[in-house]
Design a protein around this ligand. Structure first.
Ligand code: GAR
Length: 210
C-alpha cells in the first residue's frame, strides 16, 4: 500500500482527480493518508473531509519565522509517514529540509510543458496568461520530481494541449486541467504505486513497461 500525502493551497481539483482515481480503481494499492494545506480556507480541505481524509492546515501565518514554519511542515509530513508526497497546486516553495528528507519521493504537477513557462512567477493562472501573451500554440502539463530548483527535477509525465483562438487564461487553464492535469497526475501516482518508475544517475526518470 503506497501511503500518499497531498499538499494543496486552493480549489483542489487535482486532489479530487486523485481521490476519484483511487475510488474507481484507476490507482491501485494507494491511500491518501493526509492532506496538508497552507491555507485554512482552501476548498481542497473540504474535498478531503468529504472523502474521509484527514486534512491539516500548516500556515506560515501561524509561525513567527519561515524557519519555524518549515520545521512545522516537515513535522506534519513526517507524522503522516508518506511513501510519496504529491504537490497538487501547492503554492509554497518546498523547504530544503523537506526535499532532503523525502528526496526522490516528492512529485509536483505544473500547468505547462517544462522547461517552457516555468520557474519564478509561473504558477496558477499566471502560467496561462504568459502562454497567451507569447502566442504559443501548444501548452500542456508536466508531472516532475521535486529537487532544490523550482520546476526543475526529473520529468515523469507530460501531456500537450492545444491553445485555441479566443482562449482566455481561465478557458485555457480549464482545458489544461481537463485534458492533461487530471489525467497525468493520477497516472503518475499509479506508475509509482506499481513500482515502475526509476531515476537514473543523470536525473532522468524512466518508466518500465508493464
Ligand atoms: C493547477 O493548475 C496546478 O497545476 C497549479 O495550480 C493549479 C491548482 O489547481 N500548480 C502550479 O501552478 C504549481 N506551480 P487545483 O487546486 O484545482 O488542483
Amino acid at each position: 500500500m503506497l501511503r500518499v500525502a497531498v499538499c494543496v493551497s486552493g480549489g483542489g481539483t487535482n486532489l479530487q482527480a486523485i481521490i476519484d482515481a483511487i475510488g474507481s480503481g484507476v490507482i491501485r494499492d494507494t491511500k491518501i493518508v493526509r492532506v496538508i494545506s497552507n491555507n485554512k480556507n482552501a476548498y481542497a480541505l473540504t474535498r478531503a473531509e468529504s472523502a474521509g481524509i484527514e486534512g491539516v492546515c500548516v500556515s506560515p501565518r501561524d509561525y513567527e519565522t519561515r524557519e519555524l514554519f518549515n520545521e512545522a511542515l516537515l513535522a506534519c509530513l513526517e507524522e503522516a509517514k508518506p511513501d510519496l508526497i504529491v504537490l497538487a497546486g501547492f503554492m509554497v516553495a518546498v523547504p530544503a529540509c523537506v526535499i532532503d528528507r523525502f528526496r526522490g519521493r516528492i512529485i509536483n504537477i505544473h500547468p505547462a510543458l517544462i522547461p517552457s513557462f516555468c520557474g519564478k512567477g509561473y504558477y496558477g493562472l499566471h502560467v496561462h496568461e504568459k502562454v497567451l501573451e507569447r502566442g504559443a500554440k501548444v501548452t500542456g502539463a508536466t508531472v516532475h520530481f521535486v529537487d532544490e530548483d523550482l520546476d526543475h527535477g526529473p520529468i515523469l509525465l507530460q501531456k500537450a494541449v492545444d491553445v485555441k483562438e479566443g482562449d482566455t487564461p481561465q478557458i485555457l487553464q480549464r482545458r489544461v486541467m481537463e485534458e492533461a492535469e487530471w489525467i497525468i497526475l493520477p497516472k503518475a501516482i499509479s506508475l509509482i504505486a506499481e513500482g515502475r518508475v526509476t531515476i537514473d544517475d543523470n536525473a532522468i526518470a524512466h518508466i518500465r513497461e508493464s
